[in-house]
Design a protein around this ligand. Structure first.
Ligand SMILES: NC(=O)c1ccc[n+]([C@@H]2O[C@H](COP(=O)([O-])OP(=O)(O)OC[C@H]3O[C@@H](n4cnc5c(N)ncnc54)[C@H](OP(=O)(O)O)[C@@H]3O)[C@@H](O)[C@H]2O)c1
Length: 212
């Protein structure tokens, strides 16, 4: 599949490399086509990896991964061009974080979420919240001493969620679909819980699992 990853941070690079490893063609997009982090990533990620602008990545893609700083996300989507998302599955990894204290807080929540805001910005795309509840080093082939963790996902479109579940399965996740994109209201605070536990214990080797 042709995949556009919007974001050159640790999440974009990690998922980009993981997706290349699954055999997909990936463009890592940034504001600047010559973004040094993206160029360095592409140089080491193999022949199916390349870089471009946010618009290049979105245009190329059959499926898009959104991995931008929350406060830059609206701008990144505008730069990419909203029309380029029409009819496509968009994996939203973002968390609407406000930094300042030791543990970040959420810029919105309870009765709204970043996932819903992204879906409103991209009404013709099928947005699926995923990957936001765990640190980037565990997103691809998570290997934790306590066993295989679960990834919770949320989105309004069943076909899009099936496509995202296929990717998660290939990465070694068990996926739990919690329903529509409004479920992002529950998943984004889980990121804060993940960070809080890490800050309190000084360990970052954890993820969530639903025991039955
Ligand atoms: N880090 C983690 O472990 C983790 C885990 C789960 C979820 N998340 C979430 O995943 C997302 C990505 O996190 P990250 O740590 O990989 O990277 P990040 O530092 O949060 O974001 C980097 C990307 O944001 C873009 N960006 C920043 N300001 C922008 C602006 N004003 N306009 C347009 N684009 C802008 C940058 O574009 P340029 O490349 O052009 O500079 C870069 O591609 C975040 O929403 C984060 O909360 C992170």
């Amino acid at each position: 599949m042709r995949i556009g990853v919007l974001g050159t941070g640790v999440v974009g690079q990690t998922l980009g490399s993981g997706l290349v490893g699954l055999g997909h063609e990936v463009i890592l997009g940034a504001r600047d086509a010559n973004n040094p982090k993206a160029v360095e990533w592409a140089a080491g990620a193999g022949e199916r990896a390349s870089t471009g602008t946010f618009a290049d990545a979105a245009e190329f893609a059959e499926l898009i991964v959104l991995a931008t700083l929350w406060e830059g996300t609206e701008n990144a989507l505008s730069l990419a061009g909203h029309d380029r998302f029409a009819g496509k599955t968009v994996i939203d990894t973002t968390n609407p974080l406000v930094f300042g204290d030791a543990v970040p807080s959420l810029a919105l929540g309870w009765n709204d979420s970043a996932g819903e805001q992204v879906q409103r910005w991209l009404p013709d795309a099928q947005v699926v919240k995923a990957f936001n509840i765990v640190g980037a080093p565990h997103m691809v082939h998570p290997a934790l001493p306590g066993g295989s963790p679960d990834m919770f996902i949320a989105g309004d479109d069943e076909t899009a969620k099936a496509a995202v579940t296929d990717i998660l399965t290939a990465f070694g996740w068990s996926t739990i679909d919690i329903g529509g994109i409004a479920g992002s209201r529950l998943l984004e605070p889980l990121c804060i819980l993940w960070v809080l536990y890490g800050a309190q214990t000084g360990t970052w080797n954890h993820a969530f699992k639903l025991l039955r």
